[in-house]
Design a protein around this ligand. Sequence first.
Ligand SMILES: O=C(O)c1ccccc1NCC(=O)[C@H](O)[C@H](O)COP(=O)(O)O
Length: 210
Amino acid sequence: MRVKICGITQPQQSVAIATLGATALGFICVPTSPRYVTTLQIKAAVAQLPENIDKIGVFANSGISEISQIVINSGLTGVQLHGDESPEFCYQLRQSLPQVEILKALRISSLEALEQANSYTEYVDTLLLDAYHPQQLGGTGQTLDWQMLQQFCPSCPWLLAGGLTPDNVLTALSQVNPNGIDLSSGVELKPGDKDLDKVTLLFQKLASRE
Ligand SMILES: O=C(O)c1ccccc1NCC(=O)[C@H](O)[C@H](O)COP(=O)(O)O
């Protein structure tokens, strides 16, 4: 299963978290986020990471040329669209960055919101379901209604996000069947500062279900 740890700001933490077992790391390219990192900071982290780790830049309502420039200059391998990007936007981004994984994050507040997932599957590689928060785009620590997601089975791979922690991850995975998970605040000391003890505990919990 893919495990993405998001909101990395410190290169040495990215190496440690990859060593502990993460398969993907997320870097927040949204300037208003407390976890925001510059292109140069991402480039420095990427340079220290093994090739097999996915390096995902998280954007919200940025333009295609801005995203493309940051990806090319930093060495990111994937782009997570966390704003109100349309399926058409995802298609256009794919033309600009054909080799890069495109993830579309959907912030789910209801069953109806879940239905929009189908309109993206043709244009993205991966969906990510996150919790809806009226003021914050991501990293909120709020969980989704996992029961609502029991039948969720889109025609592309998907990641479960939203308020996952070492304490609740096994409960979530007993109810939902994603291709991977994404965690941020649940393994943090404070925004952008990951708690390596919590990350270790997370991988111990995940190993216990194998
Ligand atoms: O984390 C942020 O600060 C952030 C800001 C703006 C857009 C997206 C953001 N995070 C996206 C993520 O992928 C988080 O990992 C996801 O929202 C889950 O966060 P959490 O509930 O804290 O585990």
